[in-house]
Design a binder for this molecule. Sequence first.
Ligand code: ARG
Length: 577
Amino acid sequence: MNYKTEIAEVICKIDDSLDINFIEGIIEIPPNSEMGDYAIPCFKLAKHMKKPPVVIAKEIKQSLEGKEVADLFSQIKSQGPYLNFFKNYEKNSKIVISDILKNGDKYGADKIGEGKTVCVEFSSVNIAKPFHVGHVKGTVIGNVLANIHEFLGYKVERINHIGDYGTQYGNQLCAYKKWGDKGIVEKNPIRELVKLYVKFHNEAEKEPSLFDEGRAWFKKIEEGNEEALQLWNWTKDVSMVEFKRIYDMLAIEYDSYAGESFYTDKMPAIIDKLENEGLLVESQGAKVVHLEEYDLTSAIIKKSDGTTIYMTRDLAAAKYRKDTYDFYKSIYIVAYQQDLHFKQLFKILELMGYEWSKDCIHVDHGMINLEDGTLSTRKGCSVWLDDVLNKSVDKALEIIEEKNPKLNNKEEAAKKIGVGAVVFEQIANKIIKDHTFKWEEALSFTGETAPYIQYAYVRGNKVLKKIGELELLTTEGELIDSKIDYSALSDNESKKLLVILEGFEQVVKDSCKDNEPSYLARYTVKLAQAFNKFYNANRVLNEEETIKNARVLLIKATLQVIINACSLMGIELLEEM
Ligand code: ARG
């Protein structure tokens, strides 16, 4: 139930020239509760209704009298140009709880996205390179944003734009041919391939002609040389096996793994079009698009040796996505180092006359450092995501052994806690911020963490189990009011919890609108905190029947929202921990 819509509907009936969305948009939530739970600033209606605000306030108040919506409020008061609404708390508790329990896993979901497709590109790792910890942030953010869009009714295409093309893969092949051993690589593909990659760069520092050899190998790939293609495909295959293992750990699935090389045959059309539009200019042997007049540097489209680059493939990919999915929005989740690249990309698409370039969005995010220091691939000492995940799981197991050694399925629990902790960390703060991953903090059961949320869920579940099934719903799923004393939920802690529960829908929508999964993460921590406070302040067991029932329902509703929030974030819950 949406209070704003209920109020807006009545107002629309007073004057049918008013638009419901407009009215919903002007309804405010006052900063302090003395001014009510909702307020209509009637001066914002004065122009449309051609009446003074005070008169409008009175008129709305009158037209609400005797209507069903009026029952939702204990008081409707006009104060100057404002009309303030005070919720009827008992009624509200019932509405919120019943809304949550009736909708279950769908509570907070919406249909606003129906009929619209959104492409969400995320993770986009590079073959023959580690899925290092720097990628984890984008991977998690993308997964959460994809889930949220789906929850709001959009059709989502999850795309992994695998980096599998470019000169560096020529270097890779060159290194493998010189120093590689098939048997060794097959045992531990990515690690061995990275070792070769590192060796290549170290050697090339001493002997720069190696780069020419690397380029020659890439040219062979581009020209379809059989040996080159076969080796390159093999490195792709062995890399994909490893990536998929990590996506499995995170329970992430993709609709498309169309990598950069997928666009090879789609680039000529792009280059022709750029040529025809007069956008392509010769510069020192290369072909570029000048973007200086838009305060951007020129973008190279074709290098002097005729090979294409990252940008060319991105142009082809964007066009392909529009043609294939006819997207409403196309989102790229990539770290802020590539801000310039995406500005150039979207500008070029616009200059090419693609009006849909405005629907392409770069969701940029910060970097993650490990306490022990994140290191680059080139120096060969990068931290691997699966190591981080496994270490987190091991640490979670240590904590379980210490806190609850008798727990069933300790390994399973440690996996959920360990992985959940890493996932949550990525979205715990505004995504644009860089952050340092600290084990102790991420795994703390008392901090603002996934384990804290998981633990609140376990606590709630325990009480419900102790109490057993109560028959508080009719067969139609309606609450049986005679068994429930809603006034038991009028203490401060219960009220605060109810307000948070009611806010879930809005948080999901805001996270989607701003592409900011941290809203949802912060929200869920607040919900868990409010639940713990409620639980510490109120007795549930050994309480009078109707009071106990009301509190049980509030716990059930809370657990449901924790489930929905965690499922959007990709964090698994446990029955016990
Ligand atoms: N593979 C690239 C990297 O690891 C990221 C690709 C981003 N997506 C894109 N469409 N350019 O840096």
